[in-house]
Design a protein around this ligand. Sequence first.
Ligand SMILES: O=C(CO)[C@@H](O)[C@H](O)COP(=O)(O)O
Length: 264
Amino acid sequence: MSARSTPRDRMADVGSLLHSREAPLMIVLDSRSQPAGPVRVRQPLIVPSVLPADFARIGKEVRELCEAGVDRIQWDVMDGVFVPNLTFGPDVIAAARPHSSVGFEAHLMVVNPDELLPRYADAGCDLIIVHAEACTHLHRTLHRIRELGARSGVAVNPHTGPEVVQHVLEETDLILAMTVNPGFGGQAYIAAVEPKIARLRRMIEEAGLDIELEVDGGITEHTIHGAAAAGADVFISGSWMYAYPEGKAAAVARLRAAAAESIR
Ligand SMILES: O=C(CO)[C@@H](O)[C@H](O)COP(=O)(O)O
């Protein structure tokens, strides 16, 4: 737990301790290396987008996701300008917060994230993700998120190169490689992003930093393999998870198993 954590963060940390990035790392022997040495195997995190949820019963939807075994919950915040859609204000998220036993992340698809950061931190978002394309002073914005007591994340659209995050790695806890153009759920996964995911994974490893690498958009039990093999370790799922015939718990288990097969 970092020194910048707020009391709300600390409560959320206790609730989600089993899913922390530090705790679940396994040590295995890598038979490919000579001599054999310990290798860190990342555990995939499965995170639903609430975009397909029934907004008239959002508290119940959040409780169902927690019971399904998700690692945290993503709120897609859209302003109708950065993306052509409008979604959640901070008051909606704050109202849902007491219904959750896992952390909240806010994916801010907005043109002016800086002025909104305190509102989403106060609403109970433990992780706040801004778009590189929306931030004139990305380093400052990420630093500000941490000052507010949240973890910081930076998202990049499918067309944006990995180099935009090279000089802010020290200020970020997560990189989100969008695998659709943001704005709507239910779009097709863009496999052409995978080489960028691999490049981002190398950048993280070369920097020696504990940064999560998230993918978002079109994630299914099939597409998750390519993203995991490229180096992603956090997987957002929206429409596929909600439409899974055997229910959300089975969908989470299916995605977790599929990611674990391919994660590197
Ligand atoms: O950020 C976004 C869309 O802008 C995503 O979170 C999607 O909402 C994920 O939904 P599916 O592609 O899994 O339906």
